[in-house]
Design a protein around this ligand. Sequence first.
Ligand SMILES: *Cc1c(COP(=O)(O)O)cnc(C)c1O
Length: 400
Amino acid sequence: MRQDFYDRVAATLEDIREAGLEKIERQITSAQGPVIEVDHKGQRKKVLNFCANNYLGLADNPEIVAAAKATMDEYGFGMASVRFICGTTDLHRRVEKEIADYLGYEDSILFAACFDANGGVFEPLLEADDAIISDALNHASIIDGVRLCKAKRYRFANSDMSDLRRQLEKADLDGARTKLIVTDGVFSMDGYIAKLDEICAIADEYGALVMVDDCHATGFMGPHGEGAPAHCGVAARVDILTGTLGKALGGGMGGYICASKEVVHLLRNRARPYLFSNALPPALLGATLKTLELVRDGGHLREQLFRNAGRFRAQMTEAGFDLLPGEHPIIPIMIYDAKKAGAMAAALMDEGVYVTAFSFPVVPREKARIRTQMCAAHSDEQVDQAVEAFIKVGKSVGVI
Ligand SMILES: *Cc1c(COP(=O)(O)O)cnc(C)c1O
């Protein structure tokens, strides 16, 4: 009987391998940054990194590192407690207030990760007679969080506003008490921004609440980096905003939910990943306070990020590559054929550019792509270098 289990595990792994879906983790032997050192064919190699969520280039920022060290000296290493027993320091509350203030909410609540924030947000707030109307391309953590909640589930086709209306009407017919529309602020495989202005207008029409998971926007989209809602001019209308400290905001670890004071207080009392999981460590919080200071004051970082994106986009388009349109620093280069995309990413690594190929089932069949992500810490020269490598490899693979 036990052997059956181990045989099944081996067979599943074999299936994954055969389908070409096995994930092999490459080892980085330096700090995360615009240039990293990786283990490549048995040797250490310096490469330009175009696949991190390090949008503002803060992952190895010396001021943030210094803040983490100083905080650790004062507060020690770990909390060894959940928040409500003896795991809340003044730093936890300062970070929560700073995040809420930056993003324009009454309060916020920290989690170990945004995966936990999304996993824990629905169940305490909604019950069986409520409805969640969720975009089909929402992040896995939203899908899991919705599953853990008793509310009725409705799914609308990605960014399809007439389908959103249809699902809201269905929810009304089913007698929904509260309706909550949930969407990612930015869909990470395409770099497409959710139509938050339209979503909020429709929500008003149907008396629905709106929740946005803004992991791929907070810190750099919108006039001061407040994220996709601000970018779309509806910052104040979004009821619940979730996000991560693991991307633009330093790239460390941690998630949060912004909402009204009472919603946050209810989550503190009822959200299971908050109640039953350890408090974030002080060093991370000290670093986050510094990060928020740098991000709020980070107009020059956002400028450089979008300058890099514009430069890369323009040169790649001119070279004949097929890019998905958009303004987000996620820039997917469409290759369509999965094998070609994989071969290109491998060849680019040989040329000193680290990018990732995505194919089915992460993206639709025949829509394989190389997803590049821009970083404020790249120089013009480094962007040009990446484009040159793309042109060389693109020609050899026959993409351009
Ligand atoms: C990255 C991401 C998450 C998970 O965030 P973590 O803090 O790494 O758990 C959740 N939602 C979206 C849309 C993301 O892009």
